[in-house]
Ligand binder design. Structure first.
Ligand code: F6P
Length: 319
């Protein structure tokens, strides 16, 4: 191929820049022109597309966010929108597209591929770690580290006051972030959408633990499992123990990527560029059990990832 394009889409995640940088530098190394599509599918439709050089991606590997910008485009959800975007690629001679994004963004890519035949290679860029067929997505490690940092701080003040602390974390419909951060942060309870919980029983246990001298408890709540603000009120009412709630919000999306996210994003970026240049299509590259895997794009978007039951079990045993 003589020209490819790279874009980021959906919620940004730390390491997207490292991945895009690797795509750009690999393509240039192979003598292939590379375009950046700005602001995701919205930019593809609005023709916000520019050729990138090696310098375009210098000073990028350590940055959170995405220098390409990102968006959640409603127009791209229509066949007309996708056709408009496709035409903007074709007129530049772009023969393949690397999409860095989560589940929704890859779904957009799968429709574009189906309708236009544009070759697509996907990379999983989301803090949610909810892409089927892999156990890692670019940015999930940084986000989990950010949450653990917050839990460490909340633990200090919770212990000082003998409080119960609820921490609401992102993850959309997935409990992965909550589970990792809960285990790593030593939480007493991790509430995730994948596993039913009994709030009455939790409150009963909390009361017994505080009566026996416990000074604090951390309850991590995945946003998909309920609102921590609402749950916190119930917990305080039922236990009579002073309770506070922290909703971490978009803090979890930012920050300089961890080494794991930088390295894995770099490896996946190279892999994606080489694959699209050599004619591959409809594949998403990710990591599973430490190894790079290629998952069929349609399988990736049509299946729902489940939470590793081993993590659920471990969180219970150690709490
Ligand atoms: O998909 C990433 C994510 O951060 C989710 O965890 C969260 O539910 C959502 O995006 C928030 O979206 P927005 O940034 O559009 O508010």
């Amino acid at each position: 191929k003589k020209a490819i394009a790279v874009m980021t889409s959906g919620g940004d995640s730390p390491g997207m820049n490292a991945a895009a940088r690797a795509v750009v530098r690999t393509a240039l190394h192979e003598g292939v022109k590379v375009y950046g599509i700005y602001d995701g599918y919205a930019g593809m439709i609005d023709d916000h597309i520019e050729e990138l050089t090696s310098r375009s991606v210098s000073d990028m590997i350590q940055r959170g966010g995405t220098f390409l910008g990102t968006a959640r485009s409603m127009e791209f959800k229509t066949p007309e929108g996708r056709k408009k975007g496709f035409d903007n690629l074709v007129k530049r001679g772009i023969e393949g597209l690397v999409i860095i994004g989560g589940d929704g963004s890859l779904t957009g890519g799968s429709l574009l591929s189906k309708e236009t035949g544009m070759p697509i290679v996907g990379l999983p860029g989301t803090i949610d770690n909810d892409v089927w067929g892999m156990d890692y997505t670019i940015g999930c490690d940084t986000a989990a580290n950010t949450i653990v940092d917050a839990i460490n701080k909340l633990r200090d003040t919770a212990s000082a006051h003998r409080r119960i602390m609820l921490v609401e974390v992102m993850g959309r419909n997935s409990g992965w972030l909550a589970m990792m951060a809960g285990i790593a942060g030593g939480a007493e309870y991790v509430l995730v959408p994948e596993v039913k919980y009994d709030l009455d029983e939790i409150c009963h246990e909390l009361k017994a633990m505080y009566d026996a001298g416990k000074r604090y408890s951390i309850i991590v709540v995945a946003e998909g499992a309920g609102s921590a603000v609402g749950l916190g009120k119930v917990v305080e009412d039922k236990t009579g123990i002073d309770t506070r709630v922290s909703v971490l919000g978009h803090i979890q999306r930012g920050g300089s990527p961890t080494i794991e996210d930088r390295i894995k994003a770099s490896m996946l970026g190279e892999k994606a560029a080489l694959a699209i240049i050599s004619g591959a299509t409809n594949v998403v590259f990710g990591f599973n059990e430490g190894k790079v895997v290629g998952v069929n794009l349609f399988d990736a978007v049509n299946n729902t990832k489940t939470l590793n039951p081993e993590l659920v079990r471990l969180a219970r045993v150690l709490a």
